[in-house]
Design a binder for this molecule. Structure first.
Ligand SMILES: C[S@@+](CC[C@H](N)C(=O)[O-])C[C@H]1O[C@@H](n2cnc3c(N)ncnc32)[C@H](O)[C@@H]1O
Length: 215
């Protein structure tokens, strides 16, 4: 299980995993920050993303969750005194009442999920506001990450990404809306939203529609 692996390496995480500010900024720019007030940082680790989130949205409330207690413990110490942040040791794959969020961010965590599509689908349908967005993001290429995991440790050796195009097709078959997606030798990202079919918002009538029974 990856939780044992991350609890084991948590004390070395900040020394060995230096965030690339330009790439993180590039990835977070894929979200529409004008609406964000409540943000869910999934797999927060030692809280690497928090200063970047606050740059984009200084007043936001952040719920930071991680399955590894060791990671959360370090993050809590690093950001002691920060307001409007709640920390939870929690498995995102367990359906749980977490509230609604304008942005849900899975930064460097998606390959570690067992039921990737089911988990993302649950988060979008139960934890995202109607106008909200969910971002899956990596500041490395799929090839690099798959190779890294394969040779790192047996507890994460099967944790992999598939081509963005294929992953998007899987999400679309689940009825999820792809807002933006791309991958390169530098990054991998998918931005998803709630399709109107899954939303509680009434779909707007097409332009020039004269039909009075439009629903
Ligand atoms: C590669 S680390 C990335 C941490 C952080 N986002 C960063 O970029 O520094 C992946 C994190 O996801 C967490 N994680 C893995 N599976 C999880 C799950 N099912 N629920 C919550 N967190 C999970 C791990 O414990 C770990 O802290």
């Amino acid at each position: 299980m990856c939780v044992d692996f991350f609890n084991q390496i948590c004390r070395r995480w900040d020394e060995t995993s230096k965030p690339d500010a330009d790439k993180i900024t590039f990835l977070l720019e894929k979200l529409s920050w004008n609406v964000s007030t409540r943000i869910l940082d999934v797999g927060t680790g030692t809280g690497v993303l928090l200063p970047f989130i606050r740059q984009f949205s200084p007043q936001s409330y952040i719920q930071a969750i991680d399955i590894a207690a060791g990671m959360i413990e370090i993050a809590q110490k690093k950001y002691a005194g920060w307001g409007k942040v709640d920390w939870y040791v929690s498995d995102i794959e367990q359906p749980t009442e977490r509230g609604k969020f304008d942005q849900i961010i899975l930064y460097s965590v998606f390959p570690h999920l067992t039921d990737k599509t089911g988990t993302v689908s649950y988060l979008i349908n139960h934890c995202l506001t109607d106008e909200g967005e969910l971002l899956i993001a990596h500041a490395q290429s799929r090839k690099f990450l798959n190779h890294l995991h394969k040779h790192k440790d047996k507890r994460v050796c099967n944790d992999s990404l598939i081509a963005v195009e294929k992953q998007c097709a899987i999400f679309e078959r689940e009825g999820l809306e792809i807002i933006d997606a791309d991958e390169s030798d530098q990054y991998y990202y998918i931005v998803l939203g709630k399709s109107y079919a899954n939303s509680t918002t009434v779909m707007p009538a097409p332009p020039n529609c004269t039909c009075s029974s439009w629903k």
